[in-house]
Ligand binder design. Structure first.
Ligand code: PMP
Length: 433
């Protein structure tokens, strides 16, 4: 028995080298903290209100409506009714003809769409430009593909008139952006509307990025999961519709964000066949297929939205209206206690300045944990309010420059936002009494 157990003991490294340095994940850590301590969770990005009735009814119909084949495999690259309606929808949005079989692919959430993009398009040694702050998974996904992330920050320019800052005040420095492009650059990741800031890139900013992509023959991975969540009459512009960009852009989308059903994990990519054919190779050799029944229900959701396009009854019109109201409530609550919010132009996130709260949080001697991490952990444990530290959305090299902010999600029931307001008000009274 002894010799057997000696033989069975492995001494060689078991971990593949491509996983080095990417084992930590902010969501795993903060979701657990929120589950343990939070009374009000404005941390992770998901709605706590129900998905729309037309969507859940479509799922019920799919489940028990007599077509038992909806419980079986469907087409690997997307359930035919879903890719067809997505193609029709994006034809409208992009003003070009699309082939549902080659210009659209369905994925397991936008997350797998992104994974397919990096695995299919990034070669060992390629550089990929990522605009900071960014949805955290871009960095490890680029690294897992053998690529090197190159970061370029949005730089805040506070307004001089004492007004609250807007996400529009965070801008790329054109010269700095241009300096990141070289013959090693394979792709740039664009996320507009941007998580975590809520920035909606302007036509001029997108034009600048497009010009550099064309000049340096660079691809664009355009994460547009918050495409319908845009406020104050702002317009979401699709970079793929700019000159020279269709052929080099993959658009990434999410039914989770679009229809307030993040647990369904239905996502998609839209783009030219010359790019998507390689994403299909990754897809067929990894997950192969996404849940048929969820795809069927999402297809029906899009069918409804296609009929109601631009009309007041459309969910894509109603949802941003409701969210804008929620955004404004949270802005008021935060501003009233001196946690200065940065007004987001889009998404359901809001970043707030916590620099006036330093005296609330006990100093931890010799801790190299940034202030925003310490603050967020302290807040959830002592006040029951969960948020996410902003520096989690920055590269290791730059995160120490952005430790005075935290991110809240406001896709929440009015009662949840009221409970958050109560916590903040009570906190303020305790501070002043
Ligand atoms: N991209 C961004 C910018 C996101 O915020 C998220 C989800 N938080 C995703 C992609 C992943 O979307 P999904 O849930 O559809 O996988």
């Amino acid at each position: 028995i002894l010799s057997l157990s000696l033989q069975a003991k492995m001494s060689r490294p078991v971990q593949a080298r491509r996983l080095e340095g990417i084992d930590k994940n902010i969501w795993v850590e903060f979701v657990k903290l929120a589950a343990t301590y939070s009374k009000v969770n404005l941390g992770q990005g998901f709605p706590d209100f129900p998905a729309p009735d037309f969507l859940t009814e479509a799922l019920t119909r799919a489940l028990s409506g007599g077509n038992h084949m909806l419980h079986q495999y469907t087409r690997a690259f997307g359930h035919p009714p879903l890719v067809k309606v997505l193609a029709q929808f994006f034809e409208k949005l992009l003003g070009r003809d699309l082939d549902p079989m080659t210009n659209v692919m369905v994925t397991v959430g936008a997350y797998q769409a992104l994974f397919c993009c990096f695995q299919a398009l990034v070669e060992e040694g390629d550089e990929v430009i990522i605009i900071e702050p960014f949805f955290d998974c871009y960095e490890p996904m680029v690294k897992m593909a053998g690529g090197t992330p190159v970061f370029v920050p949005l730089r805040p320019n506070p307004p001089k008139d004492g007004k609250l800052m807007s996400s529009a005040d965070w801008q790329l420095d054109p010269a700095e952006l241009a300096s990141k492009f070289s013959e090693r650059t394979k792709a740039i990741v664009l996320n507009s509307p941007n998580n975590p800031l809520g920035k909606v890139f302007s036509c001029r900013e997108l034009g600048l990025i497009a010009e550099l992509c064309v000049k340096h023959d660079v691809l664009c991975i355009s994460d547009e999961v918050y495409e319908w969540l845009v406020y104050d009459g702002k317009q979401h512009i699709r970079i793929a519709s700019l000159q020279g960009m269709w052929d080099r852009t993959v658009i990434v989308g999410s039914a989770g964000k679009t229809f307030s059903a993040t647990g369904w994990k239905v996502g998609w990519v839209v783009g030219p066949d010359r790019l998507l054919q390689h994403l299909r190779t990754v897809h067929q050799n990894s997950v192969y297929h996404c849940a048929t029944i969820a795809q069927e229900a999402v297809a029906q959701g899009f069918q409804r939205e296609l009929t109601l396009y631009g009309k007041p009854e459309s969910y894509f019109v109603q949802l941003p209206k409701e969210l804008q109201q929620k955004r404004d409530w949270l802005i008021q609550s935060l501003n009233a206690v001196g946690m200065k919010p940065i007004i987001p132009e889009g998404t359901y996130f809001l970043v707030a300045d916590i620099s006036q709260f330093k005296s609330d949080v006990p100093d931890v001697p010799n801790s190299d944990e940034p202030y925003d991490y310490r603050f967020t952990k302290w807040m959830v444990k002592n006040k029951g309010l969960a948020a996410i530290p902003l520096s989690a959305f920055y590269s290791e090299a730059h995160k120490n420059n952005y430790t005075n902010f935290i991110r809240f999600c406001f896709a929440k029931e009015d009662a949840t936002l009221k409970a958050a307001n109560d916590i903040l008000q009570k906190w303020k009274q305790e501070k002043t009494s």
